[in-house]
Design a protein. Structure first.
Length: 257
């Protein structure tokens, strides 16, 4: 009897399973298909991205070799192609290299444009800050101290990799524009930086020496007050001289009488 009931229960279980499968099977199958398709799509995108990155890496290396070999225009053309089609990282690097080429040819405006473009699209903060610094450096002669300070101050916040370079460029702009107080202050702050490279340290020393020799020194407050007081004393002495002279003249007149 037990076997009969077991067989009946098993048949009922199979019937319920078939009914559920008939009702929900398409949805379950569609869900499984969507998962499989999603995984396949992700793997394809990942493979495609890797292929594009590998291709861009090879193209970037080839363009860099052309540049090193002296084929500047051909290298610039290949860097331009990379900037138009490569993934974001290589697009940024290609724009930076094109900026270097423009700068080497004396086209500072074009160099600044390319560096600024690289700074706008770079996915890496360090490359973005470097590109913005390069853009400011390219336009150093055309920008005022205030313009440079507005562009470079954000690069000095926190532990920005190009912070010291940005500070030095602002100090140089202050020195160029004869803003002596700002120049002294900025070079003084640079001189106590612990992580300053040797080359920059030498430039800071030379700039401070120039400031000491050429820049006017502001008079301290005490000296200014003393300078103001001394003329007042000098003014009083001449005021007494006419009175004494007048007295002597009067005595001479009395003796004559």
């Amino acid at each position: 009897m037990v076997d009969v009931f077991d067989e009946v229960e098993e048949e009922l279980r199979q019937e319920r399973y078939k009914a559920l499968l008939k009702k929900w099977g398409p949805w379950v199958g569609g869900g499984v298909a969507a998962i499989v398709l999603g995984v396949g799509t992700y793997q394809f995108i990942e493979w495609s991205t890797k292929q594009r990155a590998d291709s861009a890496s090879d193209a970037f290396q080839a363009a860099a070799e052309l540049y090193e070999a002296g084929n500047v225009m051909q290298a610039d053309s290949q860097f331009q192609a990379l900037a138009e089609s490569a993934p974001r990282g290589y697009e940024t690097l290609a724009l930076m290299r094109r900026g270097d080429i423009a700068l080497s040819q004396g086209n500072r405006e074009e160099a600044a444009r390319l560096f600024n473009q690289a700074g706008e699209i770079s996915p890496e903060p360090m490359i973005r800050d470097l590109a913005r610094y390069q853009a400011a450096l390219a336009q150093f002669d055309a920008l005022s101290y205030d313009d440079l300070a507005n562009r470079l101050e954000p690069l000095t916040e926190g532990a920005a990799p190009v912070g010291l370079l940005a500070r030095e460029l602002m100090a140089a702009a202050a020195l160029r524009d004869e803003r002596w107080d700002e120049a002294r202050q900025r070079y003084q702050l640079l001189s106590i930086a612990l992580d300053m490279p040797e080359g920059m340290s030498q430039r800071v020393v030379e700039a401070q020496s120039y400031l000491n020799q050429r820049a006017p020194v502001a008079a301290p407050a005490q000296m200014t007050e003393q300078t103001v007081a001394e003329p007042a004393a000098d003014v009083q002495e001449p005021a007494q001289a006419p009175a004494e002279t007048a007295g002597q003249t009067a005595e001479q007149e009395e003796d004559g009488q």
